[in-house]
Ligand binder design. Structure first.
Ligand SMILES: Cc1cc2nc3c(=O)[nH]c(=O)nc-3n(C[C@H](O)[C@H](O)[C@H](O)COP(=O)(O)O)c2cc1C
Length: 322
């Protein structure tokens, strides 16, 4: 199981973990468009998974098409990770990713997320403990460093020595949070020091962009630029037609319905519908209908209305539509 890495398609193209977005429905959307993408879940607290059967039963079941699925967890107590993996293993998950990434102040203060970059003894203990407890591969998503770039080399090497099987590096320090322009020089250099696969994250716009930046790396992880454009994972700077977008909107709404209770479904689907059409100036004409949908019939009604209003543009690529 731990040599799983040898058998996965390289270079790795990954959908980034994204709290509130990369749930089962969205992962199915991405896999329908680009079946080779490896999907990371949103992060879940190891403690919640252990103590809430309701949470585990609502977030861990997944569709066959999402495989191989990676579940990301965070916490700080190594034993809690080991207990969480027992629960995760029951759901036929491909591997477990540990969040040593999150820069939120309250997370760092309590030594979770990127707080583990400065609390390295605990970070290694977590990897060792969970590795002893499971056959599943363990990966880590982290940052260039907490504050100073030079920390990453030692930290990553130690993670490798503690038997982390893959590392994803977000090319910014925790202190830089969401600012800073991507420059991957240090990640390329890092890869020269490690045997395990290195996946790079931050500011990759689409498939062609990451191919041009890949060099010696094992793959890329994309979030922001893929979110309302899951076609970003396809080669050739692929642009969907209006028909393809509307089709995916309907698919996404239906998949969400299978996994979320009614009230949560309406709140989430409304956010997604508007996002898919955000680049069309005419979206404002449908916004009110989209942000008030309460069921799948209402989603289909808005989509059918757009289809009938733009019937001559349905097979045009997005950039060709006024
Ligand atoms: C609102 C929000 C939620 C996120 N949730 C997670 C998460 O649960 N786990 C994680 O490792 N990263 C999370 N991220 C970070 C993304 O995975 C990714 O590292 C970041 O967006 C940079 O990649 P990009 O430039 O492709 O967007 C989150 C980012 C945002 C903005």
């Amino acid at each position: 199981m731990k040599d799983f890495w040898q058998n996965i398609n390289k270079p790795i193209v990954a959908l980034a973990p994204m709290d509130g977005y990369t749930d089962s429905a969205y992962r199915q959307v991405v896999k329908k468009i680009a079946p080779d993408v490896m999907c990371f879940s949103e992060f879940y607290s190891a403690d919640w998974l252990v103590h809430s059967k309701f949470l585990a039963d609502s977030v861990l079941p997944h569709n066959e098409s999402e495989k191989p699925l990676i579940i990301q967890i965070f916490w700080k107590d190594p034993e809690m990770f080991a207990r969480a993996r027992q629960i995760i293993e029951r759901y036929n998950i491909a591997w477990i990713d540990i969040n040593m990434w999150c820069p939120a102040k309250k997370v760092v203060k309590s030594w979770h997320g990127s707080g583990l970059i400065i609390n390295q003894d605990t970070a290694f203990k977590i990897i060792e403990t969970i590795n002893k407890a499971t056959k599943l591969p363990i990966s880590v998503k982290t940052r260039l460093s907490f504050d100073w770039g030079e920390w990453l080399y030692d930290f990553a090497k130690w993670l490798e020595n503690a038997w982390a099987s893959l590392i994803t590096v977000h090319w910014r320090t925790a202190k830089q949070a969401y600012t800073w322009i991507a420059d991957f020089t240090q990640i390329y250099e890092l890869k020269n020091h490690l045997k395990i696969p290195v996946v790079c994250n931050w500011d990759i716009k689409n498939f062609d962009d990451w191919i041009s930046k890949l060099k010696n790396l094992d793959g890329f992880m994309i979030w922001r630029w893929s979110f309302w454009n899951p076609w970003a994972f396809l080669p050739g700077n692929y642009k969907p037609t209006l028909w393809e977008i509307l089709d995916i909107m309907e698919f996404h709404a239906a998949k969400l319905m299978e996994t979320k209770w009614e009230k949560k479904w309406s709140l989430e689907v409304r956010k997604h519908l508007v996002l898919y059409l955000r680049d069309f100036p005419w979206v404002k004409n449908y916004r009110k209908s989209m942000v008030t949908v309460n069921n799948l019939i209402e989603v289909q009604n808005v989509i059918n209305q757009i289809k009938s209003d733009y019937i001559s543009s349905l097979n045009l690529k997005t950039f060709e539509i006024e």
